[in-house]
Design a protein around this ligand. Sequence first.
Ligand code: VG1
Ligand code: CO
Length: 571
Amino acid sequence: MVESTQSHKITIVDTQAYQDQKAGTSGLRKKVKVFRQENYLENFVQSIFLSLSEEEYKGKALVIAGDGRFYNDVATQIIIRLAAANGVGHVYVGQHGLLSTPAASAFIRKLNADNGENYCVGGVLLTASHNPGGEDEDFGIKFNSKSGGPALENFTNLIYEHTKKIQQYRISHLGNDIDLATIADHNLGKVEGFDHDFRVTVASSTDIYYDLLKTLFDFDDLKAFVSRPDFRMVFDGMHGVSGPYAQLLFQEVLGVPQDNLFRCNVLPDFGHGHPDPNLTYAADLVKTMGIFDNKEDAPDFGAACDGDADRNMVLGKNFFVTPSDSIAIITANYKSIPFLKSGISGAARSMPTSGALDRVTEKLGIPVYETPTGWKFFGNLLDNNMISLCGEESFGTGSFHVREKDGVWAVLCWLSILADKNRGTEQLVSVADIVRAHWNEYGRNYYQRYDYENLENADADKVFKQLESQMSVFETESEGNTAVNFSYTDPVDQSVSLNQGYIFKYADGSRFVFRLSGTGSSGATIRIYLEKYSNDPSLVVEEALKSIAERALSASQIQQLTGRERPTVIT
Ligand code: VG1
Ligand code: CO
């Protein structure tokens, strides 16, 4: 224990409000430059405290987590000082300031499980997730509540209201920076105005998370499977925060050779990469796995996570698993996954995610919920045990074990399914075999997403205006067509979220969906989601979706209105 007996003074700093601190799909994401403006970070964090009631944090614990991106270290020290001055009792930080988003969720939940449900007020997560990092790239911040999940919209709106009119924040200088490199408990003594000691614990980034996963999976069984001579797996950490977790779980625990783990050292600029595990940005892994050009010697299993390790991409040998199929297949095979074996209550997917999951839940006779995009919408369903599993088409998969999507967990689910399907097999049952068997049983939801990144805001507006004008045209085009602007009423708290995307749906359930992204840091990104169901699993994806894609482009006039001939990313 590092002790200090002095009493730390508090400074109340006069500040100017910023008008642009509105959270998007998952927190506030802006360029580092923007966050480095005078008092920008301080204003936002003080606004979080202003949005809570004092009883919720005074003398209580707060977790600060980061994905290791540029500015993570500086921001962590600033937030510790703000927390002290606002009366937080105990800050928990991961070693080197690192905690993956799902590990942060697990950490908050564990503190409350061990010390009473109101012990930890929640966490401040420093991440812009899959967005690039570095001095000229993105930084992000979001608040997770005591359940471990991202704050709901009414709370993030409250923060926004405070940021627009904030005039002062509180900070305590505390002397030196906290040494984040060393695991230790620091008692910093009293802070002016409070009668508790202020403590900071620098904790292992991985321990609590690993302890949780041990209760979910059978690591001995997985290790036995992974060591099969005819099975080879690789993992790409993309220089994000999944690296330390992959090294512990895949290398040390499961015995995957070190050489099979790529880019597992955390770098503040993600090695100049875009830490988004998809077919475009995880190009090296995609090549190694022979996704676009079949390779005889490709590994049998490949996976990658994003910057904060909540997303996952799962690949088989020469085979891509779409995230929409992944959540459906995990749900269909829940009995192969130890912690789900005893039964699942229901499942949920975000609206743009394909309906593959619905076919599974229907067969299992359990409910399925369709929520707006963003993990926060699963929180109430998970808290009330209405669902056990949930997923998004954007490479997000998760369960009730935490309140965030969880990339490493998803990899372990897939390994559990593979291990189970391969009990006593002579020839390896592959990822592709499992997916094809699934399609044969349930049919196939052909699916693609087009992203038009970094458009001019005015151009994006025009596209949506145009789309609105086409809704009634589409509806009259053929029997059973519908066009709606998706809205959601939360079945638990009845809160309503409007304007969550335009769905143009044909009578047979095929559809195209348009949404504006809420995670970019500048400009506008339009996403188009294309989906068609067929009993025939052998079609070429582009062929199956051709006419729907053409109709989506003509309805929106996106090429003409934005001058973009093609999307930036197709997944
Ligand atoms: C995107 C995805 C969404 C995901 C969100 C946060 O949001 O589409 O499904 O929940 O990112 O993921 P948007 O608004 O840009 O479409 V992460 O890994 O960036 O926290
Ligand atoms: Co992420």
